[in-house]
Design a protein around this ligand. Sequence first.
Ligand SMILES: NC(=O)c1ccc[n+]([C@@H]2O[C@H](COP(=O)([O-])OP(=O)(O)OC[C@H]3O[C@@H](n4cnc5c(N)ncnc54)[C@H](O)[C@@H]3O)[C@@H](O)[C@H]2O)c1
Length: 371
Amino acid sequence: MKRKLNVAMIGHGFMGKAHSNAWRQVGHFFDLPFEPVMKVICGRNPEGVKEAARAFGWDEYVTSWEQLVRRKDIDVIDICSPGDTHLPIAVAAAEAGKVVFCEKPLANTLAESEQMLDAVRSNSIINMVCYNYRRAPAVALAKQIITEGRIGDICHYRGTYLQDWLVDPGLPRSWRLEKARAGSGALGDIVSHSVDLARHLVGEITEVTGLLKTFVTERPLPGTSTNAPVDVDDAALCLVRFESGAVGSIEGTRFASGRKNYNRFEINGSKGSVVFDLERMNELEIYVEEGPESGFKTVLVTDAKHPYVGSWWPPGHIIGYEHTFTHTVLDLLKAIDEQRDPTPNFEDGVRNQRVLDAVERSSSSREWVTV
Ligand SMILES: NC(=O)c1ccc[n+]([C@@H]2O[C@H](COP(=O)([O-])OP(=O)(O)OC[C@H]3O[C@@H](n4cnc5c(N)ncnc54)[C@H](O)[C@@H]3O)[C@@H](O)[C@H]2O)c1
């Protein structure tokens, strides 16, 4: 019999659904050190959270995270609620001795993220932040190729994360468009993912110049025709310098008409390049100089020899977005078993936030800013 690990999740929207699926599936496909138990789900609205518990497969539902984090029968707190809730929940969970798994960006500000890191460190808590795209098999393969030196010394990182769901000016002002709730707009929501991939694949970012732009400055409040201000960026762009000497550009926008979830990077090294696009997530484009026959190849990353995929389907039977969360939960469980912090952890979350903070400062000052 495997040891049980009781999980409690806060929030049951988009990420609540994705994380529930991951907790439910992970033990069906991977050999785990524990049996994760989907014990309690938490939301504010009793009817909504009751239905989420039924639909997603949680044993119980509650409406107070304050009481939930103190429960003796809970081992892991999984935070899937908006950015303004991350700090109080994570700090309370750390003080109660729980493992803390938190959605990205770690917090709404750099200072808040540092408080969260202090809380997990001072209470010796295992912690992880959910930058899930590291665990797309093609991204994990790119990491292996880079680590083995196959593309040589990296010169360029080019990250773009393009969506178009805000182009309609009539779209209501949800929490994602309020600075007090979301911290920032495209910057924290999607550029943070590109920054995480840049740090993971190329290394630390030391200096940035940033530009933030809001195209639609007010929108109707949900269910009304009354407009309210939008105080976050719709688009965020930056140029970056890496510690290694590489340079990069990162662009995130929710105004790229026709682009849905175009999370792409191209990395060029002295001996080759790798290119990933989430909308073609089972593929990695690889260029390695090999003489007259060399050129970009598109590799289908679905073989048992590739990261994570051997536990799923036979070669060529592709996987999807949700698997990135399942792989993240898998690695969290392994780390808990080995009593170490997985990556990306809260320290990565803080380092990411330093870059976001520098982009904001640079956008205001119109100058290069040291991270
Ligand atoms: N890893 C990713 O790719 C990814 C993708 C989307 C969102 N996110 C992050 O996940 C988090 C949640 O985003 P989402 O898209 O799931 O949002 P959402 O609006 O779909 O869901 C938010 C949920 O949080 C609940 N909630 C809000 N305040 C609460 C409180 N005080 N107590 C309990 N529950 C509360 C809401 O009722 C809702 O169920 C954010 O930090 C966001 O940035 C990450």
